[in-house]
Ligand binder design. Structure first.
Ligand SMILES: [Zn+2]
Length: 153
């Protein structure tokens, strides 16, 4: 990284720490020639990720959108927003790790539901009912029955 003052290509790193958002590393550097200090940022290059909807349309992946759906499902439930943010982040990581740049919305919904179920069963049923749009009443009822059985034992 060239010194912005004298253009010398070498500097030493005085300090490295993650930024507040945790998505970059901030490095404090000192030029080996003129001794002036400057800051550089190192970031992961984000590959664009597209979600393929049921009707075939594509839209950009949005973690915020997942959190929005989760917040609605968790209304009046004892689930902290931090747990929902962590869940959405986990899903995003899993999707990005798959190295595909297109992912069906159905697959994302399943990943979210699988995790939400462990977090809060009521929120899970709400999310599933919206997500599956009651097109599959039989499966929805089966899910409910499983939950009720679990509550009795
Ligand atoms: Zn310099």
């Amino acid at each position: 990284m060239r010194c912005p003052f004298c253009s010398h290509p070498e500097s030493k790193v005085l300090d490295s720490r993650p930024t507040e958002e945790g998505n970059a590393i901030r490095r404090r550097r000192e030029c080996l020639v003129c001794g002036r200090r400057f800051t550089t940022y190192e970031k992961v290059e984000q590959v664009p990720l597209l979600v393929v909807k049921r009707d075939g349309r594509r839209e950009a992946f949005s973690r915020q959108k997942i959190i929005g759906g989760l917040v609605r499902s968790c209304e009046k439930r004892p689930v902290p927003i931090s747990a929902l943010e962590a869940l959405a982040e986990e899903v995003e990581q899993e999707v990005r790790n798959s190295a595909e740049n297109e992912v069906p919305s159905v697959a994302i919904g399943e990943m979210v539901m699988e995790r939400l179920r462990k977090l809060d069963e009521v929120a899970y049923v709400r999310f599933a009912s919206v997500y599956r749009q009651f097109t599959d009443i039989k499966r929805f009822r089966e899910e409910l029955e499983k939950l009720l059985e679990g509550a009795e034992s």
